[in-house]
Design a protein around this ligand. Structure first.
Ligand code: NAP
Length: 509
């Protein structure tokens, strides 16, 4: 007897969408004519669309278009740039549900989280549009009479924007909006797993009225497109989010050209649970932080550092919650956890589960692919918990980027703080405690770019700086006012209206 497999919606549809690159205000195929497909990670039979498999020639064309658009855009008054950005934000709002659904189809995160991803894009667009009427510099007294002193922000030039797939709309907006409001033009390369999300954003950017060439969009691999952007002598600033090893390679190449470079890289985020914590509240935060977006957030919690005296009780509560989580397509309202992004991600999670077992950690939940037949067509993996992980084990140190949580038991706050800080990453951390003094100690001691008190490791807001210490980046921050620092040069201006030579420092009274 032959088994009939129902065709997916896309297989029934007449054609999948086809997108080229968007260069100088026009959609066009890759110069080589090559294409690649994007597929739904919850059902890999479903093709989301076909995209240009570009290379250095396409990047060169995009950079030229960005250079040509630059003089006009940088002279467009910043409040006017902001007005276009407000229109873009309004379009995103108008299309929020459509964007979120398409994101879930292409990237897998559950619909509520996809809506949040779009909302982050909207939030940063509104925030940065407002910066068009601020972009403040300083005016300050001169040390000499009859002299004026001030500083202003200036655009840097052409900005190369290279983004990952895990926040396929928020992160491009987090980068492009500050770049554009500052007067830079953009060459944008999205992750090859989520080109459709990026193309939908670019369509709205065009519709909002950003002039041709202001935003140029080139799809294709990191090797062919990403590297060409990094190596281009005419791209003046690079903003990259991705894994630490890619970031290191980009830093070396960009460093040779002394390029401005902002890196937002990996994380190994911890939630510390103290003996006096509200354990139910902590479990809510841990489950959301560890398994939301299937553990594929840079701020995902992958370590719980728990006081030994409450560790067993916390673990029981955690297991009770974890075993009720339902896997499935993120478009289904009953789904708690969507798929991983691709087969490589599944293989990596598997490898780390083996490493955990070999290192002697105790597997207490998950640890395999789900058995349900409907989940066999997607990249699903069970939410997994290891107990008894030692801080320096690979499970305690490496970024896995999947639904794998390590429980590390400690004696007290001091040991917890030490463990929280003992990784090469420093993005996000959290502590659950009812003691105000302990909370303030954690705010001081946890050496991460973001610290939460009585909340999980995720939930950043766009008007505060976002980024991490150590190998999570290179000291830059996204979002908030800090984002402008990546995309602007400071210029100091002195106006002498004394009518005679005044020598700074020498003629000072
Ligand atoms: P990735 O493999 O480093 O890819 C990120 C982007 O870089 C993609 O567009 C990729 O293109 C491109 N790329 C790959 N190799 C390149 C190269 N040699 N030169 C230039 N570009 C290159 O990272 P990912 O797997 O997509 O993202 C997950 C990582 O991002 C995790 O480590 C996560 O922690 C990190 N992340 C950090 C933050 C943060 O704010 N700190 C936020 C989100 C994610 P292809 O897709 O074509 O390979």
């Amino acid at each position: 007897m032959t088994q009939t497999i129902e065709p997916t919606a896309t297989e029934r549809a007449p054609a999948t969408p086809q997108y080229g690159n968007f260069i100088g205000g026009e959609w066009r195929p890759a110069e080589s004519g090559r294409t690649f497909e994007s597929r739904n990670p919850a059902d890999t039979r479903e093709v989301i669309g076909t995209f240009a498999a570009s290379d250095a020639a396409d990047v060169a064309a995009a950079v030229r278009a960005a250079e040509e658009a630059l003089p006009r855009w940088r002279r467009t008054p910043a409040p006017k740039r902001g007005e276009i950005m407000y229109d873009f934000a309004a379009l995103m709002r108008q299309h929020k549900e459509r964007l979120a659904r398409q994101m879930t189809r292409e990237m897998g995160k559950v619909l509520a989280e996809a809506r949040g991803d779009v909302q982050e894009g909207i939030d940063i667009a509104y925030l940065m549009a407002g910066e068009g009427r601020r972009l403040f510099g300083d005016t300050t007294p001169s040390e000499l009479p009859d002299k004026w002193a001030m500083s202003v922000r200036e655009p840097i030039g052409v900005a190369g924007i290279i983004t990952p797939w895990n926040f396929p709309m928020a992160i491009p907006c987090w980068k492009m909006m500050p770049a554009l409001i500052s007067g830079n033009t953009v060459v944008f390369k999205p992750a090859s797993d989520t080109p459709h999300c990026a193309a939908l954003l670019v369509e709205l950017i065009a519709e909002a009225g950003f002039p041709p060439g202001t935003v140029n969009f080139v799809t294709g691999s990191g090797q062919d497109v990403g590297m060409a952007i990094v190596d281009s002598p005419d791209v003046n600033v690079i903003s990259f989010t991705g894994n630490t090893e890619t970031g290191r390679e980009i830093a070396i190449r960009a460093g040779r050209r002394l390029k401005r470079l902002s890196l937002e890289l990996g994380g190994k985020n911890a939630i510390a649970v103290m003996a006096d914590a509200d354990l139910d509240l902590a479990v809510d935060g841990i489950v959301w932080s560890a398994f939301g977006t299937t553990g594929q957030r840079c701020t995902a919690c992958s370590r719980v550092v728990v006081a030994e005296s409450v560790a067993d009780e916390l673990l029981v509560k955690l297991l009770n919650r974890t075993t009720t989580l339902r896997l499935g397509s993120g478009l289904e309202p009953t789904t708690d956890i969507g798929p991983l992004i691709n087969s490589g991600a599944v293989a990596k999670v598997r490898e780390y589960v083996d490493i955990g077992r070999d290192d002697g950690a105790r597997l207490v939940a998950g640890g395999g692919r789900p058995q349900l037949p409907e989940l066999q067509v997607g990249h699903f993996y069970e939410p997994t918990i290891f107990d008894g992980v030692r801080p320096m084990d690979r499970l305690g140190q490496d970024e896995i980027f999947g639904p794998v949580l390590s429980v590390i038991r400690v004696a007290d706050y001091d040991e917890a703080a030490m463990v929280v800080n003992t990784t090469r990453y420093g993005l996000s951390s959290s502590i659950y405690t009812r003691d105000t003094n302990t909370a303030f100690r954690a705010m001081r001691d946890f050496s991460t770019g973001i610290v939460y008190i009585n909340a999980g490791t995720i939930g950043a807001e766009t008007h505060l700086p976002f980024g991490g210490t150590r190998q999570t980046g290179n000291g830059h921050r996204e979002a908030g006012h800090a984002a402008l620092d990546t995309f602007t040069e400071w210029k100091s201006i002195y106006v002498d209206y004394s009518g005679h030579l005044q020598r700074g420092q020498i003629d000072k009274q």
